[in-house]
Design a protein. Structure first.
Lengths: 589, 297
């Protein structure tokens, strides 16, 4: 079996051909010849003879080839990066792909994005990409919106005027580029990716759009490099980790804190509005689930209540029937489901398996078996992905929360939605506005700081001129030195799932104008969502007072007056601002 | 007791898929002595082909039997391609001492994931099941028909393959190749064909697994990774290279997972699976139904 054999053995010692019961054919076929040849080579090789392609050499080469293929699979994105190319501008992958913009005059400014681009949470990366990339393209083509443009149209942005701006880039024409990395649902991976983005791409800002765990794990790194970062998705406020409550001045948040969402959903909606008394929890094994469970428990405790059961699942689990069977014993009115869409869709399929899907308010109160109302984390129950994947297991009335952010269906934002549709071929599904406005925030801060110096950029983010950014969102995002979160409790709204047709209830259940249009409006409003559309919509009953106070024009004059947002059960009330009120008699929510 | 019974049945249904993929692992192992680490991805491709054929929105929208047929053919071809790319170029080698096949099959699995990610995107797809009730009843022991289908198809296929491999000329040829390739070759068996046959059959089994699993776990590029790994464990637990072992191993692992959830240790399911593997290997190194290979000198 060694090479030694060739030198030591005489040619006469060459082994005889392999005996075979097959008779040599007079005119052997190619296959027969090849097989004989292979067998001879193998035998010669075994006898120490070198063959035209030595078996050992061949295997060595194959092994190297295998290693090469494996390595190239892992390093493929990095290889592309080194070549200045991209495999797919829209879907960064493990190890990292990145989006490339043509360089303009001067040095390109890199902004990092860490998000979920694979597995059950891949829809999050899609939102981050579509929002962030469109913002980058707009800025590189049209620059930042001119002064006053954000409020030029009766308080709303003038998108047409913006698209007529011909000077692209910031700081005298410098372009922005997004460097996107997948957190692979792992904070450790996220930290490594951020480290790589800092050292290799010299990113000047970072957008968090992945797991909460990513931010918690990376905050020290950001502090070390003094890198400004915005949590487009991710919650630091609820765990007391947002400046000035600690010394991580680099971190900013534009994501609605779970604490506020849980408070309005539990206190205003579940306890006061719906009269629920029995609560149970089912959440994932990430920081999202852990934080949700803690905050739900604390909020209930403040109200003299408690969780009757708390069950956990692993990210990627398919069947939660066992956990739900234990929860069923509590006969809870509301089931708090805390995880990301995909997993939550599986949770709802398991609920369906137990014949416990939500029917209506009476059902949630226990009349006719166990049919709890599902109240969920916004990244799990306020997502179109969730509604599509869960199918009819996710019923109309599934509740979640968001903030009065990107409402694509109001006429004032039609141009923005059209631009989005033109770029991506689909309408925004909700949530894209956060990464988009994070890019605008960084761009404005770079411009105001006169460069990318970290200290100056952080200072600029804390004091943005012109009242902040609201180019993709309806409410402006702005920070101050004492307030690193850009939204307030008065911005919070409830989100409910609708399935494109009114539920059969008495009194009559009404869908919002975004589903059915409003011919009585002046001018008439066509339906925004196509027939049969399934997805989340804004529900405008709880937090109404605060919303009306802070967003009177938007919430009152545009949304309520024209019938946007789920209308549920409207009752005529001459004392109410628009001649009606939304009653708690609603059978669904 | 009722919940315990439910957990057992639940485990058997999910174990059905593990059994099918474990069967595929075993069949390939029999002829080549290698583990095809791309088997989970072959299943994923089968699921995608089925989705694109059957989906009315975003697909062609054909009937499910036709979609299944196309998915099986597609998965079979992918199985052959896996052989062509990852095993055939290595020529004749001793898998025990040369580990190139680990890297090549693993590489092909990563490539397949990348390919589907670029073609279909990352977002999961929902596939409707072909059966949704038992004569009007949606579940039996809180388990849906689509889950029972997995168990039924898994067991039936394992039995059919067992019969084929023990009673037919093709099966004897496969077992002869598995036992001693050189001697089988001398006996006139086209061992090259048997290897290709095993990869094609493993591809078909992957396609069936993908078809069965698509309505239960959503279709996405990563769906085969964890399932494939767990099925590999099932194949080893049952006794790699044994048809009956693959079935027993798959069902065992499915039940272990389900019982972990039933016992309130849902977050420990993976740990339980690997603990089972270790226990079995300690108690019976060849797996539950595996047989030690005795080399006659």
């Amino acid at each position: 079996m060694t090479r030694r054999g060739r030198d030591e053995q005489e040619p006469s010692q060459t082994p005889d051909p392999i005996p075979s019961f097959e008779l040599p054919k007079r005119d052997p076929g190619k296959r027969w010849q090849r097989r004989r040849h292979e067998e001879q080579m193998e035998e010669h090789s075994a006898g120490g003879w070198d063959t035209p392609i030595n078996r050992r050499d061949f295997l060595d080469v194959a092994r190297k080839l295998g290693t090469g293929v494996a390595a190239s699979s892992f390093l493929y994105p990095a290889f592309l990066a080194a070549c200045g190319k991209t495999a797919d501008q829209l879907t960064p992958a493990p190890g990292g792909r990145f989006n490339v913009e043509e360089g303009g005059s001067g040095e390109t400014i890199n902004i990092g994005v860490i998000s979920i681009y694979s597995g059950v949470g891949a829809f999050v990366g899609k939102l981050a990409d579509r929002g962030g990339q469109l913002a980058v393209e707009q800025i590189n083509k049209h620059g930042l919106p001119a002064k006053g443009l954000q409020t030029a149209k009766d308080g709303f942005p003038d998108f047409e005027a913006y698209e007529r701006q011909s000077t692209g880039g910031i700081l005298g024409g410098r372009k922005i580029r997004l460097i996107a990395r997948d957190d692979n649902l792992s904070a450790q991976v996220a930290v490594s990716a951020i480290q790589e983005m800092i050292t290799r791409f010299d990113i000047k800002g970072l957008i968090f759009a992945g797991l909460y765990d990513d931010i918690y794990a990376a905050k020290k790194l950001l502090q070390q490099y003094n890198l400004p970062a915005i949590a487009a998705y991710g919650d630091l406020a609820s765990v007391g980790q947002l400046y000035p409550r600690n010394d991580y001045r680099q971190l900013f948040q534009m994501f609605p804190p779970d604490q506020w969402g849980i408070e309005i959903m539990l206190e205003e909606y579940c306890l006061r509005d719906r009269g629920y008394t029995r609560f149970a929890y089912l959440g994932d094994n990430t920081a999202i689930g852990a934080q949700g469970k803690r905050l739900i428990g604390e909020t209930l405790a403040r109200n003299g209540n408690r969780l009757l059961a708390a069950e956990q699942y692993n990210v990627g689990d398919v069947d939660m029937t066992a956990q739900l069977q234990r929860i069923r014993g509590t006969n809870c009115n509301a089931l708090m489901v805390w995880g990301i869409a995909g997993d939550t869709a599986h949770a709802l399929e398991s609920v369906k398996r137990l014949d416990a899907v939500y029917t209506d308010h009476d059902g949630a109160l226990g009349r006719g078996g166990w049919h709890p109302q599902i109240v969920g984390f916004e990244g799990g129950a306020a997502e179109r992905t969730f509604a599509v994947l869960a199918g009819d297991a996710a019923r109309t009335g599934t509740m979640s929360y968001w903030y009065l952010g990107g409402i694509g269906y109001i006429p004032q934002f039609k141009s923005a939605v059209d631009t989005f549709k033109k770029r991506w071929g689909v309408a925004p599904t909700g949530g894209e506005n956060n990464p988009a406005d994070a890019v605008f925030l960084f761009a404005r801060a770079f411009e105001q700081a006169g460069g990318t110096d970290s200290n100056k950029v952080i200072a600029a983010l804390e004091n943005l001129e012109g009242g902040g950014i609201n180019f993709s969102s309806i409410t402006p995002h702005a920070f101050t030195k004492d307030r690193h979160i850009s939204i307030e409790p008065a911005d919070m709204v409830g989100i409910t799932l609708e399935r494109g047709k009114a539920a059969l209830t008495s009194p009559k259940y009404e869908l919002g104008a975004e589903f059915i249009g409003n011919p009585n409006a002046d001018p008439p409003i066509p339906a925004f969502n196509p027939p049969g559309y399934v997805g989340p919509t804004h529900f405008m009953r709880f937090n109404q007072e605060a919303l009306m106070k802070k967003h009177g024009k938007l919430y009152g004059d545009i949304m309520l007056k024209n019938g946007f947002g789920t209308q549920c059960t409207k009752v005529a009330d001459s004392s109410a601002p628009y001649g009606f009120r939304l009653t708690t008699d609603c059978k669904i929510h | 007791m009722e919940r315990f019974l439910q957990a057992i049945i639940q485990g058997l249904t999910s174990g059905g898929v593990y059994a099918l993929i474990a069967l595929a692992f075993s069949i390939v192992y029999m002829t080549t002595r290698v583990i095809n680490f791309a088997q989970g991805e072959v299943m994923m491709i089968g699921a995608y082909v089925y989705f694109f054929m059957v989906a009315k929105s975003g697909g062609i929208g054909v009937s499910w039997p036709l979609a299944l047929l196309v998915a099986l053919v597609g998965a079979m071809l992918v199985g052959l391609v896996v052989h062509l790319i990852s095993i055939a170029p290595l020529g004749k080698f001793d898998p025990n001492t040369n580990i190139g096949w680990i890297l090549t099959t693993l590489s092909v699995s990563l490539i397949l994931v990348e390919v589907m990610r670029n073609i279909a995107g990352e977002q999961a797809k929902r596939v409707d099941p072909i059966v949704s009730s038992f004569g009007g009843k949606k579940t039996l022991f809180t388990i849906e028909p689509k889950q029972y289908l997995i168990l039924i198809v898994g067991v039936v296929l394992a039995l059919v393959l067992e019969v084929i491999h023990s009673k037919t000329q093709l099966g004897r040829a496969l077992r002869a190749t598995a036992h001693d390739k050189a001697t089988a070759s001398l006996m006139g068996i086209n061992t090259g064909f048997m290897v290709r046959y095993s990869f094609a059959l493993a591809g078909v089994l992957g396609g069936i697994s993908g078809w069965l699993l698509a309505p239960v776990i959503f279709v996405d590029p990563n769906m085969g990774t964890l399932v494939g790994l767990t099925a590999f464990v099932a194949a080893v637990v049952g006794g790699i290279g044994s048809t009956r072992g693959a079935l027993v191993g798959g069902l065992t692992i499915g039940v272990v997972e389900s019982l972990a959830r039933w016992a309130g240790a849902g977050e420990w399911t993976s740990a339980m699976v690997f603990l089972t593997l270790i226990l079995i290997l300690v108690l019976k190194p060849t797996g539950i139904l595996g047989e030690a290979l005795i080399e006659k000198v």
